[in-house]
Design a protein around this ligand. Sequence first.
Ligand code: ZN
Length: 239
Amino acid sequence: MQSVTVWNEFIHEREDEAVAEIYPEGIHTTIADALDERGHETRTATLDEPEHGLTDDVLADTDVLIWWGHAAHQAVDDDVVDAVVERVQAGMGLLVLHSAHACKPFTRLLGTPCDLTWRESDERERLWITDPGHPIVDGLGDSIVIEETETYGEPFGIPEPDRLVFTSWFEGGEVFRSGCCYRRGRGKLFYFRPGHETYPIYHRDDIQTVLDNAVRWAAPSEGADAYGGNRNVEPPESP
Ligand code: ZN
């Protein structure tokens, strides 16, 4: 069982009736409930809480942090970003969803702007699985089809992913790297594109399966007791 914290800026759901109809208690609650049903221990955190709900205690008890943001990336306090980045480097998993491609923790960890093109025109998307042996796609077929969604397009301003698990095609002609894996320090990162707030995408079973798999993949492994930081040492083989 993994300890999962689902973070959401929680703005659109409180300001836009159409979004509130789809996610009455917020995108974070929908995702947390789905992961809870699939056997994880979940909590949520939002922008308005002290330290955005991401205190040292919460981060220390989080195996995998899930991040959804869109309208308020710049409102996230840099001290909180520092703490998240440090925890990822030390082993916490980070799942970055949809418009969170531009959030501070992700761009900081990747070192590039992570920019992209987009269009809101209800187009069809097919997410091709381009790494069928990867644990993040356990239980899926050859692709996921979303009948109506927001379009994202290349070039996506990211570093080359370690593994590219999904590549999307859109009916308007764009393609997009929709499922990207990275390692930063001890931490595993997964960017997953689906999830614009005006579509019920996080209610879908196949999307929840990907999130569940991604949590299991990104959870920290015990590893070796060798994370010592930058330090001056004696030769380990001295007599
Ligand atoms: Zn969007």
